[in-house]
Design a protein around this ligand. Sequence first.
Ligand code: CA
Length: 230
Amino acid sequence: MWLLLVEDETRLATSLKMGLEEEGYVVDIASDGMEGEAMAMGSAYDALIVDWRLPQQDGKTVVEHVRAAGQNVPILMLTALDDVEHRVAGLDAGADDYLPKPFKFEELLARLRALLRRPPLNTQQDVIQVGGLELHTKQRLATLQGDKLELRTKEYALLEDFARHPNEIISRTVMAERVWGDAFYVTDNVIDVTISGLRHKLAEAMESHPDGEPLRIETVRGVGYRLVTE
Ligand code: CA
């Protein structure tokens, strides 16, 4: 697994690189936002670890540019700014997960493993249909009434999990396990933010097709969520 670490604090970057290499990862370091963006665009990394505060341009901008270029590489953001606003802004920019500083190295490893986990190939159906929703699981592409949904990595994964279990309640713990790969480190907040993004995109797509079959994500208070078709 080949990682790009975009971090300007030399000591932290060096120690993370050493730790990650001991775990078998191959790690490149970029020490500012411009260099990080150029390296991310130029190579097929398996994952990016991007600090928020960087010289030249901040980590959020790097993530936005990488996503705007159409890359779905998994991205973990690091930041000393542990508040909900930044967390949401980081996820909105296109990061898949978020780790507040200071963190334990084991936690970084756990998040990384979760991000890098891929669904097993050839074990599941290629196209899933629920109402007007169609998922092409190999391409990780979702359409609603034929219109392509622009989804972030985890939004797609969540929608696919819902579509495999229509009208069934899925608890947050199961969601964390199946979509993020780790029930322990995923906060309810990250799940809620992802759900709300997905809801918004589904609602938007349905507005353009008022005659299409209704589809919505329902909150089952105290239990979880379900994809409801009528
Ligand atoms: Ca920094």
